[in-house]
Design a protein around this ligand. Sequence first.
Ligand SMILES: NC(=O)c1ccc[n+]([C@@H]2O[C@H](COP(=O)([O-])OP(=O)(O)OC[C@H]3O[C@@H](n4cnc5c(N)ncnc54)[C@H](O)[C@@H]3O)[C@@H](O)[C@H]2O)c1
Ligand SMILES: [Zn+2]
Ligand SMILES: [Zn+2]
Length: 390
Amino acid sequence: MKAICWHGHGDVRYESAPDPKIEDPRDAIIRVTRTAICGSDLHLLDGYMPTMKSGDVLGHEFMGEVMEIGSGVTRLKKGDRVIVPFNIACGECVFCKKTLFSLCDRSNRNAEAAAKMMGYSPSGLFGYSHMLGGFSGGQAEYVRVPYADVGPLKIPDGLTEDQVLFLTDIFPTGYMAAENCQMEKGDTVAVWGCGPVGQFAIQSAWMFGAGRVIAIDHVPERLALAKSWGKAETIDFTRQDVYETLKEMTGGLGPDRCIDAVGAEAHGTGSLDAVIDKAKAAVKLATDRPHALRQAIYCCRKGGTVSVPGVYVGFLDKVPMGAFVNKGLTMKTGQTHTHRYTRPLLEKIQAGAIDPTRLITHRAKLSDAPALYKKFRDKEDGCIKVVMTP
Ligand SMILES: NC(=O)c1ccc[n+]([C@@H]2O[C@H](COP(=O)([O-])OP(=O)(O)OC[C@H]3O[C@@H](n4cnc5c(N)ncnc54)[C@H](O)[C@@H]3O)[C@@H](O)[C@H]2O)c1
Ligand SMILES: [Zn+2]
Ligand SMILES: [Zn+2]
């Protein structure tokens, strides 16, 4: 088959890869009909994620048609049209039973490597390093889906693929980010990052009863989308001082809830912490550049909540724990428990409560992915979300 494979920092290629096969009775093979590039894939492209190997098949946002099922799969049949959550979960372990699917205790085949770094291993992920299971991803013609009775959700007729594709990751991710804010009705929510995750966090903040949403970024078309689609007020961090502006906008108190939808590769604007982050990351003395996280903690009102959907990889420098503790903040984080949200959010799409296709700026063939990875990373050509067809 053809697939998008990782070959090192800045190097992804469209090339031949081994066809997937049923390896376990609970597997299914999916013929991929739609797949997308995620901000998390950029951490791979930029070499931030350890334990990638040359030739690894990328991609964790995908949907398609069931081609083959293992003898243990009863909920799916050949020909079903399904979306597949980006995390792999067994459905039976102590964490899955609590619906903490991204913490599944069984699905990471290389749990020991992850446990060494984090204490305990999270779930396996599609196309996201050997430390997280070494599973081939869905930017490919075909993909093997383990625990196929648990993750894939059948899509009813009458919905297009573009409408439902983002149920695999970024819609649930933005939604969980808003849920993790533990909002009270009328709260002011500040969202750092107006990429795809930030956009869904904005949409979801309203669903949880926000009174105001303030979106922060520097890319004009992303700020414009936050304003037009997201009905958010906006701050361009290259033109305005984020702390001072938020303080002024909130009557001197600071936003009640702060969402970091930026993650490990934040840009600074010449601030000292951002310059040090960049230098340290370049010589591998640090794993992440947490400028947005620091700012969210600093700007949050006393007793507020910091919700972190943004992905961090390892060990962070100069996180203002003093501010965090002394202001009595709460932080909620995590890879999304996607399985928990797919059905309820599908129902929202069906009911017309949200139109996820508003996010798509680029449609292309899978073979165009190498160029589109760079376009998406560099925010060229107005690129906000890329959807591809193998
Ligand atoms: N928790 C999860 O399960 C999960 C799932 C999907 C994505 N993610 C993560 O969410 C994050 C965002 O994903 P995305 O697809 O939207 O990525 P993206 O790269 O398209 O968007 C990030 C945005 O942040 C902006 N930004 C950079 N520095 C900033 C700063 N200092 N202040 C404000 N904005 C800043 C960028 O301009 C960009 O628009 C990534 O870290 C990704 O890995 C997490
Ligand atoms: Zn993702
Ligand atoms: Zn499990």
